[in-house]
Design a protein around this ligand. Structure first.
Ligand SMILES: [Fe+2]
Length: 138
């Protein structure tokens, strides 16, 4: 597979593993039960995306990364819970931007379809979290 695409997919995978870990930590800190459920669901999505990214890299003959991005430390460094959630959503937007920027370089139709749906899933999760932040004192 092309190096550029492999690097892009592995960078996304590292980010998703970091997002999953962050969400797992935040799930434990949420006071509202509904927010806890939402964070658990988003964490599950992140794990799913990370797994699928690795799968696509291997399927296309590349080496799948199993690293976790430094985003975990960045979120840990934020003092308040709401700030952590806001930073999480900014990270999720970064993922959408990266997919938009790289989609034209992806020729494999299955991978392309997966990435389109992954970006849409991120939009949905960002929206759900924004709603939750508006609705509750987290
Ligand atoms: Fe993500």
């Amino acid at each position: 597979m092309e190096n550029q695409v492999e690097e892009f997919l592995n960078a996304l995978g590292d980010a998703e593993r970091a997002g999953g870990r962050v969400l797992h930590e935040l799930t434990g800190q949420a006071r509202s039960l509904e927010l806890k459920e939402l964070l658990k669901k988003v964490a599950h999505d992140e794990g799913y995306y990370a797994g699928e990214l690795s799968h696509h890299v291997r399927r296309l003959g590349g080496n799948a990364s199993n690293k976790t991005g430094d985003f975990v430390e960045k979120v840990r460094a934020v003092g308040d819970f709401r700030g952590k959630l806001e930073l999480l959503n900014r990270g999720q937007r970064w993922v959408i931007r990266k997919i938009d920027e790289n989609l034209d370089n992806v020729s494999d139709p299955e991978l392309k379809a997966f990435l389109v749906v992954m970006a849409q899933g991120h939009e949905l999760n960002i929206g759900a979290l924004e709603q939750a932040l508006k609705a509750a004192a987290a």
